[in-house]
Design a protein around this ligand. Structure first.
Ligand code: NAP
Length: 283
């Protein structure tokens, strides 16, 4: 982007939001790209979401990311929502268009694919069944990613079965719903198992999943990145399974957002990853 006439602005709307590492990530990229701009944590209460989104254009923001609890509710404020965000049922990225109208999309699924492709370049999504534990917004993005990338079957296991059924009904693809009680068995022939629940986050109990039946070659991923290693990933690592946490998913949803906001695609570098890992480790 050549010499913009104003400071480039974007941010993250959430409540709470001050714990987020997204400002560190995006402000690294302003430096990397040599652009004058800033990415702000925007602490927006749920009842202030619509006003805050409508203020983006007059304030000169190019757009924003959304996190808990705004990802679904923002849908009704957008002037246009793309098909993928509608299917996932959540907006992760808002773009302010030239005429001030708001466009909503979801880049979480792209982040997950980018992370797996970066960390496991030789692994094939077609290599066997995928098992996704969870039924919230994160799980919906992961299921979409796995189906899009060619997983032969995606089994969705959620404590509340109805949410898993709703995922199956939202996407075209080989999606099966499996009862929560069968979670320890359904992973036996899995090529990849993904935790997309909030279980294992800092301050939360561990995911109750016994990996005893899992093949040693199966890939194990958690979309949580704080802590860097959840008890679920630690269990997999001790068994010798290759593991991957959710930091790469956060990093790789950024470049497609930048392309939409600023017309450039920054890169995920080893230095950026190290800065993020050090910040997370510091607590
Ligand atoms: P959400 O919509 O609130 O869904 C939470 C999920 O956790 C639901 O499936 C819920 O099951 C399950 N769960 C909660 N308590 C449970 C328990 N005691 N036992 C079993 N399952 C339980 O949250 P979300 O937005 O999907 O986020 C989930 C996680 O993904 C969070 O840790 C979030 O930070 C992370 N995330 C990471 C990224 C990234 O870029 N790395 C992106 C998005 C999300 P029920 O349906 O039965 O309640």
């Amino acid at each position: 982007m050549a010499r913009p006439d104003r400071l480039l602005l974007a941010g993250l709307m959430g409540w709470p939001v001050m714990h987020s590492r997204s400002p560190l990530l995006h402000n690294f990229w302003f430096g990397q790209q040599g652009l004058a701009g800033t990415y702000l944590p925007l602490a927006i209460r749920p009842d202030g979401l619509e006003a805050a989104l409508r203020a983006l254009a007059p304030l000169g923001f190019s757009g924003c990311n959304l996190t808990i609890p705004h990802k679904s509710r923002a849908m009704s404020v957008m002037d246009e929502v793309d098909d993928v965000a509608r299917r996932i049922g959540a907006i992760s990225c808002v773009v302010v268009r030239e005429d001030g109208s708001l466009f909503g999309t979801n880049n979480d699924w792209r982040g997950f694919l980018g992370s797996l492709r970066e960390s496991w370049p030789d692994w094939s999504f077609g290599s066997g069944p995928a098992v996704v534990i969870g039924g919230g917004g994160g799980a919906r993005a992961i299921v979409h990613a796995l189906v899009s990338a060619g997983a032969p079957v995606v089994r969705v296991v959620n404590r509340t079965r109805e949410k898993a059924e709703a995922i199956r009904d939202s996407f075209d693809g080989p999606i099966e719903v499996v009862d929560w009680d069968l979670r320890h068995e359904v992973i036996a022939d899995a090529a990849i198992v993904v935790n997309a629940t909030s279980q294992g986050m800092a301050g939360m109990p561990a995911l109750d999943l016994d990996l005893g039946r899992l093949s040693p070659a199966a890939r194990v991923s958690d979309i949580i990145y704080i802590p860097a290693e959840t008890p679920f990933l630690a269990q997999a690592r001790r068994r010798g399974n290759p593991t991957l946490n959710g930091l790469g998913m956060l990093l790789h949803q950024g470049p497609p957002a930048w392309k939409l906001w600023f017309g450039v695609e920054p890169t995920v570098t080893p230095e950026l990853r190290r800065i993020m890992e050090e910040s997370i480790a510091a607590g």
